[in-house]
Write a protein that binds this ligand. Structure first.
Ligand SMILES: Nc1ncnc2c1ncn2[C@@H]1O[C@H](COP(=O)(O)OP(=O)(O)OP(=O)(O)O)[C@@H](O)[C@H]1O
Ligand SMILES: [Mg+2]
Length: 854
């Protein structure tokens, strides 16, 4: 391989480093040392090594050192570290080293958990990574797009996303959507050059990464990959984060509220200490430790870990999430819009008959349709069925083609056989009839009058009501003088040849799956491009008893508001074009639903993107999969129902942690504030507060693994912040009440001195904080369901540590002193009292009206 290869493609000496498009194709093959049959596997590996993976931007996983630094420089932690240094400088080495150790331990815990979570999520994402059909060692191989290198020859099919920048080598009427790059909304045609273009925008003979193939197919030669592509350079400049989901926004709001409360509390404690003339340094440290203690600093980590754990469990149920927050959206979904073919039906489309207009089987109609599918088809299921059924050995040759698109619903080919030339058009019956003027009946050509049109419509409707799909076939013999070119405008004055009918049986599992989704509060709607009667038939078969079908034309006639109203009550939509699918999805969103859209085609991609939960299947077109947040590994609604349940469970576990964190933090805040006024000393030393915080964090590590009440997975959830506040307030006040009771008993009944008081209270506070997880984890009686062994282990382990540290000789390091058996027994009694009260209070709150729906 030539060493100057990067220069070769970038154009030696050129001011514009990416002017590969000005190089002509034969030159390009030479300079890239490749050919139409592609690179060898060995050479491809070598080039991958040299140019790096074909990714827009490198993986931006945070390294351990950077992660550590970022956390250490967070304001609270930084302040604590400064405090540790200060404590050390006045000779309190024990405090200073314990603070440092506690901080480092909690940061290490967070980094370790986060990395594991990210690794799991990445692995899942890779499993649904895009692939490209690349020539390697002379044969076509499916290769992950990231492994593409300059010099690779790539085959492109409809719905593919162009994987890199390069030249058009072959084009069968390729039309691409370059909106991502140029903003140009209309598809542009791509042909073999040289175009001699001065700017990339005029170069019809080059392809740019990120564009998508709307129709047609072809072959390209890769020039540059990854960050060197035009899109890569734009992507690097933009670096935009996706907008925050409702879930993330709710979390941020909650976090902000807690920060405000924390600042208020810390200032209050410091002021109180100053007012009572207590040692300032200690008061400052205490307030700081308290601030660290009440900040739910683990919330981001716990959500990530819980979500990634949820993602892994969803993957076991054959649903892959590309973004973690999609899990939440899936769980919140209450309307699922789905395409028909391939999700509800088996997509094993077979030709049942090819008839002329009089209803007689016609070999001629079949031969024409098959020729059109083979020459101008795009490998869609209908085309495949026709190609498979048609007579073999047809010697038609394509001179030009106007491939299928979802707006005109026709495809045409300019064909030639033994010197005779013929334009063959096939498509949706209404769409073909609209451009026909004559019809072949009983072997002769007649005018296509209203009578004949009605007759055709009758035949089509009757078949459709039995679930048969239909394509019409028509032809026109071009004039001798006509150039062999073809555009949609040439689809006129056609002669109707006949009709082809196809069966696409409904999947046996669809009915159950829809019933199951309905039971889970998810309403299924069909949004199809197919005919009204076919959609109605499929709906009946899968148990969707809806009488009304809204067609694309009717949707077009409705304004946005009227549509929002109408779409909510109608479950079946037929003859929708891609934009109308988007409109229906938006209308449903606007009506307050969390909308999912499941589809696999080019025509579904925009709606998938518009939906709250965009869903696609593994075998779908690139554009559909790229638009989706979630990919089903099996095109089956049953799989989706499992995924929804899992999404809800994950959400419930996050809520569990939030409830735990907020109620215990809020309770602590009140107790500490009161204690700082009422006691002659601090209720806990700063070091003890930090230790308490660390052990509490460890105890929660098992939550992501815990099971969830079946109730929580039964209905779609919203992010009910009011309910969380309500819960926080009641549970927090309750725990404070018991804290204050222990203060009173320790001081009044036992007259406990400082160290003994702190030890007793440390133990009481650890028991109540940690054990209450077993109460809060379920809405029902806490003994009715068994917690996950990991949660039991993490909670009891942390609690054991806390008690051992407090009572063992080592405890004196932390300022602990054994308060004696009677005081300990009293603390135990108070803890039991608290747990019983919490169990009762919880049932009241959970039974309340606000069981998570927004
Ligand atoms: N390859 C093709 N050639 C000609 N016409 C086609 C072709 N594919 C589809 N059509 C026509 O376009 C219509 C819409 O396409 P299609 O049914 O695939 O849309 P859809 O919304 O994906 O439907 P579905 O819900 O069945 O998946 C079809 O009903 C058919 O009449
Ligand atoms: Mg489809």
């Amino acid at each position: 391989m030539s060493d100057d290869l990067p220069l070769a493609v970038r154009g030696v000496g050129s001011a514009e480093p990416h002017s590969f498009w000005s190089i002509a194709l034969p030159q390009a093959f030479l300079r890239l040392a490749t050919s139409r049959s592609g690179l060898s596997n060995r050479e491809a590996r070598a080039r991958l090594e040299r140019y790096g993976p074909n990714q827009m931007r490198p993986d931006r996983r945070e390294g351990v050192v950077r992660g550590l630094w970022r956390r250490l420089t967070q304001p609270l932690v930084a302040l604590l570290l400064i405090a540790a240094v200060l404590a050390g400088s006045v000779g309190d080495f024990v405090s200073s080293s314990i603070i440092a150790v506690v901080i480092l331990l909690s940061i290490a815990l967070e980094i370790w958990q986060n990395r594991r979570a990210e690794a799991a999520a990445d692995k899942l994402k890779r499993s649904v990574a895009m692939r490209a059909a690349v020539m390697r060692d002379g044969v076509v191989a499916e290769v992950p797009v990231a492994q593409l290198v300059p010099g690779d020859v790539v085959e492109l099919r409809p719905g593919d996303i162009v994987p890199a920048d390069g030249w058009v080598v072959e084009s069968r009427s390729m039309r691409v959507d370059e909106a991502a790059l140029t903003g140009e909304p209309y598809p542009v045609e791509k042909r073999v050059g040289p175009s001699g273009a001065a700017t990339p925008a005029e170069a019809y003979d080059v392809m740019f990464a990120g564009a998508s193939l709307v129709s047609g197919s072809g072959v390209m030669l890769t020039a540059v990959t990854g960050a060197d592509t035009a899109l890569g350079r734009v992507a690097a400049a933009l670096e935009t984060e996706p907008p925050a989901s409702a879930f993330q926004r709710g979390l941020t709001d909650l976090g902000r509220l807690i920060v405000k409360l924390t600042i208020f509390l810390s200032l209050f404690v410091i002021a109180a200490q100053i007012a009572f003339d207590r040692p300032l340094m200690e008061a400052f440290l205490f307030a700081l430790a308290l601030a660290v203690g009440v900040t739910p600093e683990l919330l981001p980590m716990v959500t990530t870990v819980t979500l990634s754990r949820g993602a892994v469990r969803m993957a076991e149920r054959r649903v892959i999430c590309k973004t973690l927050s999609a899990i939440h959206d899936l769980g919140a979904m209450d309307v699922l819009c789905t395409d028909k073919t391939g999700t509800l039906t088996a997509a094993r489309i077979g030709l049942t008959s090819a008839l002329d207009i009089d209803g007689q089987p016609s070999a001629q109609v079949l031969a024409l349709a098959a020729a059109s599918a083979r020459l101008g088809g795009d490998n869609s299921p209908l085309d495949k069925a026709l190609s498979a059924a048609g007579p073999s050995g047809e010697d038609w040759r394509a001179l030009a083609a106007a491939p299928f698109d979802f707006q005109r619903r026709r495809s045409s080919v300019f064909a030639e056989r033994a010197g005779a030339r013929l334009i063959i058009v096939k498509g949706a019956p209404e769409a073909v009839l609209a451009v026909c003027s004559t019809v072949r009946r009983a072997g002769a050509w007649r005018e296509l009058d209203d009578d004949a049109r009605m007759r055709v419509a009758d035949v089509v409707d009757q078949a459709a009501s039995q679930g048969l799909r239909c394509l019409a076939v028509a032809t026109r013999a071009p004039a001798e003088s006509d150039a062999p070119t073809l555009s949609p405008a040439d689809e006129r004055e056609l002669a109707l040849e006949g009709l082809c009918f196809f069966a696409d049986p409904v999947k046996p599992t669809s009915r159950d799956a829809i019933a199951r989704l309905a039971g889970m509060g998810v309403r299924v709607k069909i949004l199809s491009g197919d005919a009204q009667a076919v959609v109605a038939h499929v709906a009946r078969e899968v148990g969707l008893h809806a009488s009304t079908v809204l067609t694309g034309d009717q949707v077009a006639a409705l304004g946005d508001e009227a549509l929002a109203e109408r779409a909510a009550s109608v479950d079946l939509f037929a003859r929708l074009d891609p934009d109308q699918k988007v409109r229906v999805v938006r209308a449903l969103s606007q009506a307050g639903h969390t909308v999912g859209f499941l589809g696999d085609g080019i025509n579904d991609a925009p709606a998938i993107r518009a939906a709250d939960a965009g869903l696609s299947v593994d075998g779908a077109t690139d554009v559909a999969r790229a638009a989706a947040d979630l990919i089903l590994l099996e095109a089956d609604l049953g799989v989706l129902a499992e995924g929804v349940a899992e999404g809800r469970r994950t959400h419930a576990n996050i809520l569990k942690y939030i409830r735990m964190a907020t109620s215990s933090n809020f309770g602590n805040m009140i107790s500490m504030a009161v204690a700082s006024i009422a006691l002659p000393f601090l209720p806990l030393t700063p070091v003890q507060v930090l230790l308490n915080n660390l052990l509490y964090d460890v105890s929660e590590a098992g939550i992501p693994y815990d099971a969830v009440d079946p109730d929580e997975a039964r209905a779609p959830h919203g992010w009910d912040i009011a309910h969380i506040y309500h819960f926080t307030l009641i549970m927090g006040l309750l725990s404070s009440a018991f804290d204050l009771a222990s203060f009173a008993i320790l001081r009044l009944a036992f007259g406990a001195p400082e160290a003994a008081f702190q030890t007793a209270w440390f133990i009481e506070s650890m028991i109540t904080q940690i054990l209450v997880v077993f109460v809060i984890r379920t809405g029902g009686p806490c003994w009715a369901t068994r917690p996950h062994p990991l949660l039991i282990a993490s909670s009891l382990g942390a609690l054991g540590c806390a008690i051992a540290l407090a009572l063992a000789p080592l405890g004196s390091l932390f300022g602990f002193a054994n308060p004696g058996a009677p005081a300990l027994a009293a603390m135990l009694a108070i803890s039991c009292g608290y747990l019983i009260a919490a169990e009762l209070a919880k049932r009241m709150i959970m039974r309340g009206p606000a069981t998570s729906r927004t």
